[in-house]
Design a protein around this ligand. Structure first.
Ligand code: NAD
Length: 499
């Protein structure tokens, strides 16, 4: 624990929080135990949910711009804490410091967005068919939002949900990944500072519950949790989805991806290689939007693979806290084993593997690995799975239609892109017959989205949308209002019912 103590202390995580608990926290940097935190017991959940509902009943009546002021203060506190929290993200999730800091910047950005939103939350005014009537939509707070998050974006996903949920008038209960509870406790502390400064927030407005699937399930199965926003694997979504819809709860699912890039003959290959390397190798392949498949025109396939293998060999692997490192560790040894098994299967399917070997001489104890490029004869079952590791499958195509078909022929539908300088190809990719994903880009890789757009994907990615655009509507309930200011009572559709 000792060598990382300063990072924990920098985030105000005292001994009492980080020792004596039952949940051991390990850093992927070297696999060592860095803390033991207290888990929330399933028996405590009823009280947590009850106090969140009590807070909601007060918070829903606080004017939205006043709620926005709390989020503005959260953004200020995050600015002050950026360096410390970014380091903690690197320590606990293993991403390089620049990405840890980027994640905190994303939190600041969504706070700014949500503050503006707090003076909007607008509904339509709709033309009524009846004289002397006005029709409009009003958006109301929903209740308690249960936010379940994954290890790989341990803080940003919380902020996307929480900044919006708070300005929308909801209370929040956050269940972070059991692999990253420290960043969650640090965020809760930062939000508590903002709450103390704002003076407007009721007790219980934001609570963190620590533990595994059973703690998540207590939120999922409670009729008193109005919204579940769950980010993680499709496996998790298969359990959470039916349980929430079975009780008619509201649901936002943000699940696994299997993101692809089509590289057309006219593509700027220098740009494509840079985009591929960042999207496939960055975060050690552990983003939901990581690039996992390249579908390249046969005429440039050999050239692209040669350039990629060269670029890959110059990406420094090592301790994510060291400046200069571009590829940190996988989250744990189990992830490394899953990657090695996937590579074996791909080889069995006729794939040629470049790289992919475990790296044992960098930081003892960590699951470091060379990112892999796998030339595949076709899109076999293993390619259609999301293996959460830096494996990039490369497949060839001859006609764009064929490339788009291959692109869409996976169960997931998160992020996608095409590299081309041909307008017809670009527009076809973005059209109704093109990419079937929630995110589709031209000459930009699939990962590293800005917060201003709605984020999420189709098919087994779950269909949810978070962050920008009108994703806030998922955190509110819509009410249609009709007001009669006439002295008559005309019925719609010309119905007569006079007694
Ligand atoms: P995971 O599914 O193992 O865990 C995610 C969260 O769900 C954790 O907090 C876990 O405790 C909880 N959980 C698991 N089973 C549950 C259940 N039955 N009921 C309630 N809660 C449950 O995922 P992970 O390994 O932490 O993260 C990696 C996965 O997340 C990848 O598949 C990645 O693509 C996906 N992801 C998706 C997005 C997105 O926005 N689409 C973002 C980040 C990560």
């Amino acid at each position: 624990m000792s060598q990382y103590k300063d990072i924990l202390a920098g985030n105000g995580l005292p001994e009492t929080v980080t020792s004596g608990g039952t949940l051991a926290v390990h850093t992927p940097i070297d696999g060592s135990e860095i803390a033991k935190v207290h888990q929330t017991s399933a028996g405590d959940m009823a009280a947590v949910i009850a106090s969140a509902n009590a807070a909601f009943r007060t918070w829903r009546s606080v004017p939205a711009p006043v709620r926005g002021e709390l989020v503005r203060l959260l953004g200020e506190e995050l600015r002050a804490a950026k360096e410390d929290l970014g380091r903690l993200v690197s320590l606990e999730a293993g991403k390089i410091l620049s990405e840890g800091l980027g994640e905190v910047q994303e939190m600041i950005d969504i706070c700014d967005f949500a503050v503006g939103l707090s003076r909007q939350l607008y509904g339509y005014t709709i033309a009524s068919e009846r004289p002397g009537h006005r029709m409009m939509e009003t958006w109301h707070p929903l209740g308690v939002a249960g936010v379940i998050t994954a290890f790989n974006f341990p803080v940003a996903v919380w902020s996307w949900n929480t900044a919006l949920a708070l300005v929308c008038g909801n209370a929040v209960i956050w269940k972070p990944s059991e692999k990253t509870p420290l960043t969650a406790l640090a965020c809760a502390r930062i939000l508590d500072k903002a709450i103390a400064r704002s003076g407007a927030a009721p007790e219980g407005l934001h609570q963190v519950v620590i533990g595994g699937a059973d703690v998540g399930e207590a939120l999922v199965n409670s009729p008193d949790v109005a919204l579940i926003s769950a980010t993680g694997s499709t496996r998790m979504g298969r359990s959470v989805g039916p349980n929430v819809t079975g009780r008619f709860g509201k649901l936002i699912l943000e699940l696994g991806g299997n993101n692809a890039m089509i590289v057309a003959p006219s593509a700027d290959l220098d740009l494509a290689v840079r985009a591929i390397t960042f999207s496939a190798v960055g975060t050690c392949g552990q983003r939901c939007t990581s690039l996992r498949r390249v579908i390249v025109h046969e005429s440039i396939r050999a050239d692209l693979v040669a350039r990629l293998t060269k670029a890959y060999s110059s990406a420094p692997i090592g301790n994510p806290l060291d400046s200069g490192t571009l590829v940190g560790p996988l989250i744990d040894k189990a992830a490394l084993e899953r990657m090695q098994a996937a590579l074996e299967t791909a080889k069995g399917d006729g794939g040629t593997v470049h790289g992919g070997k475990p790296v044992t001489d960098k930081v003892p104890g960590g699951a470091y690995v060379e990112p892999a490029i796998v030339e595949m004869p076709g899109q076999t079952d293993i390619v259609r799975e999301e293996t959460f590791a830096p494996i990039l499958y490369v497949m060839g195509y001859s006609e764009l239609d064929e490339a788009i078909e291959m692109h869409n022929d996976v169960p997931q539908g998160l992020s996608s892109c095409i590299f081309t300088n041909d307008l017809r190809e670009a527009e076809t990719f973005l059209s109704a017959v093109g990419s079937d994903c929630g995110i589709a880009n031209v000459n930009i890789g699939p990962s590293g989205a800005e917060i201003g757009g709605a984020f999420g994907g189709e098919k087994e990615t779950g269909g949810g949308r978070e962050s920008g655009s009108d994703a806030w509507k998922g955190y509110m309930r819509r009410q249609t209002n009709t007001i009669n200011y006439s002295r008559e009572l005309p019925l719609a559709q010309g119905v007569k019912f006079d007694v």
